[in-house]
Design a protein around this ligand. Sequence first.
Ligand SMILES: NC(=O)c1ccc[n+]([C@@H]2O[C@H](COP(=O)([O-])OP(=O)(O)OC[C@H]3O[C@@H](n4cnc5c(N)ncnc54)[C@H](O)[C@@H]3O)[C@@H](O)[C@H]2O)c1
Ligand SMILES: CC(C)[C@H](C(=O)O)[C@@H](O)C(=O)O
Ligand SMILES: [Mg+2]
Length: 359
Amino acid sequence: MSKQILVLPGDGIGPEIVTEAIKVLAAVKDKFQLAIDWQEGLVGGVAIDAEGVPLPESTLAQAKAADAILLGAVGGPKWDQLEMAKRPEKGLLGLRAELQLFGNLRPAILYPQLANASTLKPEVVAGLDILIVRELTGGIYFGQPRGIKTLDNGERQGFNTYVYSESEIRRIAKVAFEAAQKRQGKLCSVDKANVLEATVLWREVMEEVAKDYPDVELSHMYVDNAAMQLVRAPKQFDVIVTGNMFGDILSDAAAMLTGSIGMLPSASLNAEGKGMYEPIHGSAPDIAGKEVANPLATILSIAMMLRYSLGYPEPADAIEAAVKQVLADGLRTADIYTEETDTRQVSTKAMGDAVVAAL
Ligand SMILES: NC(=O)c1ccc[n+]([C@@H]2O[C@H](COP(=O)([O-])OP(=O)(O)OC[C@H]3O[C@@H](n4cnc5c(N)ncnc54)[C@H](O)[C@@H]3O)[C@@H](O)[C@H]2O)c1
Ligand SMILES: CC(C)[C@H](C(=O)O)[C@@H](O)C(=O)O
Ligand SMILES: [Mg+2]
């Protein structure tokens, strides 16, 4: 039986970048004779428009039945006035929660050809290869109570809860320690343990789990310093493990070290290794429909999907090699174009076609 992939293009640039990623998937299926098939579903704003909810029951059922999920992006100004629970983003958060995709891997790798596209000096980022492990189904994103209430004095008050249980911290710690073991053996846990009790517990549990991984060197850093260190000397990091909100913010910052947010793929995994794969960026309403978005983060997410959920490391390597090849050939979407000699600016579609040709 072939493995089933659910494809959720979503909103904004989502359909544009997913179209290119699917071309690449079709090409590796053909080249490596992979037993895979895919079908499309609705999530986010397009699901609200079609069915009135951001995560239709049918999509959730498809997602549960699939071996892996590829998602483009959700959200956009069209739906920003809706109340929180009805917004496109709830579709994405619902999938993460329902499938218990707590382990979010966000690699930030600088391709040598893009050294000049990085916001940092080439010598500061040369060889950069960081893995951010973000806890994805807990923390302030999901903590209860939450909401906006009216106080006795008539003033309104908004509130969210930053909460982590030991078991939630322990399971993401294991993901991070295991990742560090396969890399340079350095893990930096990022928290705000000087202010937030939930992260005092986070730090304690990290120390406890560290005893099972004597070959990994664990350090701790406050999140404000981590943000600064990321843009000061990012190569001091190997693996970073952090909570949901800090990981969201730090991964967007890390993206720019590699040249563009359009370069960062991600894997969101549950305890059984099932995963959802998506670029870390959003629906980019400012460039949607213009065919200028960078599809490489989504294409690289396909490589992660083949490697982590489908058990096909060879085609995953081939996709990553093809991406390196098109960059070496000088192809650049607008976000990574720097007017260097022997480079040329290309559209979303031309970039996808070039990766297929390189394969
Ligand atoms: N995983 C997701 O689906 C996801 C992630 C982040 C934001 N969002 C949603 O997307 C919408 C827009 O959010 P935002 O503007 O804060 O963030 P965004 O990531 O969509 O865009 C931020 C900036 O990066 C640029 N950008 C993003 N992806 C790009 C790509 N592939 N190629 C070139 N440039 C790219 C955009 O043009 C924009 O200038 C919001 O509704 C937000 O909630 C969704
Ligand atoms: C759209 C939003 C819910 C999402 C998040 O905050 O997790 C996005 O920013 C991301 O990084 O995947
Ligand atoms: Mg984000």
